[in-house]
Design a protein around this ligand. Structure first.
Ligand code: TRP
Length: 342
């Protein structure tokens, strides 16, 4: 397997990450994995398995995080993330990221951390209110360290991650103002398709809500999920006019049916009445089965040889660590912390 460190590659650097708290699902596929498949062709891409970040709200249950790291790596490979083009690495195994976080933490106030809208919402969701772990409040700084240690120019993310990029760039500007131009500002690349809702129509697909379709789903699991999918409760008889907005089957068809004219026709027909949920669901199920069959087959094959997955992630982490190490040498020098190597 041939990896080329960024020092020899002229391609701009792209970095994304996932918290490994469960196997990846269709929401990840639509929101970010498809983009990564495209980007790996033209960019120097890093994908970080963000286990440290996942620990910030799973401190009581570390095995929920550590036990999913390799499953996530397997999902990446199964969808076609190619280790010859994309460097897959594990956050915790690159201690330079934690070190850079420590330096950056001095450049942000607690009040600023508390204003981050994504963190605010997450604090609310988790019921942390007065019991926020300090690590959780500061995870955007750790994420800024992830982004800047690799000098990533682009970060393809969903809309919920925009505050993280904003905070990263504030930290970059502060650091550079004090220490000289060392770190690089990053730009978000927003995915065209928004976040995929759960099959129950709730805005978020989440394993804990039981409304996801994992990438590793078996055919009957996909079938059952589509059957349970939220449509329009007011659409009782086939002949009734139906609502397309908020109808999960249509949202998924938009994400998975490439023939957009067909989807438009279906919407018109559904709104007019005469198109039943069953027919619509059959169409969607066919698309999903088609999308997931090769991924599942590839995953089964990968599962035969877990040693290979470990090797790929170990090699990727080594390559990534070299880059982070070289950035940290610059950072230390800029801060004057290079006492023993003048
Ligand atoms: N916060 C991201 C998420 O919850 C995961 C992540 C960690 C990340 N480090 C990153 C994303 C660096 C982009 C860049 O999905």
């Amino acid at each position: 397997m041939q990896h080329c460190p960024s020092t020899v590659s002229q391609k701009p650097i792209v970095l994304t990450g996932d918290r490994p708290t469960g196997p990846l699902h269709l929401g990840h596929y639509v929101g970010s994995l498809r983009t990564r498949l495209r980007l790996q062709e033209d960019y120097r891409q890093f994908v970080l398995i963000a286990d440290l970040q996942a620990l910030t709200d799973n401190a009581e249950n570390p095995s929920k995080v550590t036990g999913n790291v390799l499953a996530v790596a397997m999902d990446y490979l199964a969808v076609g993330i190619d280790p010859a083009k994309t460097t897959i690495c594990i956050q915790s195994q690159i201690p330079e990221l934690a070190e850079l976080s420590m330096y950056l933490l001095n450049l942000v106030t607690v009040a600023r951390l508390e204003r981050n809208p994504t963190v605010k919402e997450e604090i609310h969701q988790r019921g942390f209110q007065r019991t926020i772990p300090a690590g959780f409040l500061t995870y955007p700084v750790s994420q800024a360290a992830d982004i800047t240690a690799f000098k990533a120019r682009y970060v393809p993310v969903g809309e919920d991650q925009l505050p993280m990029i904003e905070q990263t760039n504030e930290l970059v500007r502060s650091f550079n103002r004090i220490c000289g131009d060392v770190l690089v500002e990053a730009e978000a690349i927003l995915s065209r398709v928004g976040r995929l809702p759960g099959i129950d129509g709730k805005t978020k697909m989440s394993k804990s809500l039981g409304n996801t379709i994992p990438l590793s789903a078996e055919p009957d699991e996909i079938h059952r999920a589509v059957e349970r999918m939220y449509t329009d409760p007011g659409h009782v008889r086939v002949s009734d006019p139906g609502k397309v907005e908020g109808n999960v089957v249509f949202t998924y068809l938009e994400a998975f049916e490439e023939d957009t004219l067909l989807v438009d026709d279906l919407k018109t027909h559904y709104r007019r009445g005469g198109l039943g949920d069953r027919a619509l669901k059959q169409m969607l199920e066919a698309r999903l089965q088609e999308t997931l069959a090769p991924i599942r087959a590839c995953r089964h094959q990968l599962a035969q040889d877990p040693g290979r997955i470990i090797d790929i992630v170990r090699e990727g982490t080594e390559v990534a660590r070299q880059i982070a190490t070289s950035t940290l040498a610059e950072v230390r020098r800029a801060l004057g912390l290079n006492y023993f190597c003048r």
